[in-house]
Design a protein around this ligand. Structure first.
Ligand code: H2B
Length: 98
């Protein structure tokens, strides 16, 4: 199941294929900071991600400061990382890459 908490090895494996994301010290979440040319691009990215998040019913913890978007992902329901976090993270990387 997509919402099942992943073990340490599965997390390490999923993270290895994911550019720019780092694992929190407690292993319970992943984080990445995205930097854009301006606020408009940052917000366009957030809009696109928001629609994708709604579609898969999985939502980021994030903040936006001007042209930077800081994101932390974990699955609250599972109390850790699940396949959904890595699905959303790789979508974000794709949208960021263009
Ligand atoms: C009822 C609904 O499916 C749940 O509350 C979903 C919504 N979005 C979610 N997003 C995240 N990041 N973690 C969750 O556990 C979660 N649960």
């Amino acid at each position: 199941m997509a919402r099942e908490k992943l073990g340490r090895e599965a997390v390490a494996e999923a993270l290895a294929g994911l550019d720019g994301w780092s694992l929190a010290e407690d292993g319970g979440s992943i984080a990445r900071s995205f930097s854009f040319r301006n606020f408009s691009e940052a917000f366009a990215f957030m809009t696109r991600v928001a629609l994708a998040a709604e579609k898969i019913d999985h939502h980021p913890d994030w903040s936006n400061i001007y042209k930077t978007v800081n994101v932390t992902l974990n699955t609250h329901d599972a109390g850790g990382l699940t396949a959904l976090d890595f699905e959303l993270a790789s979508k974000m990387n794709r949208y960021f890459g263009g």
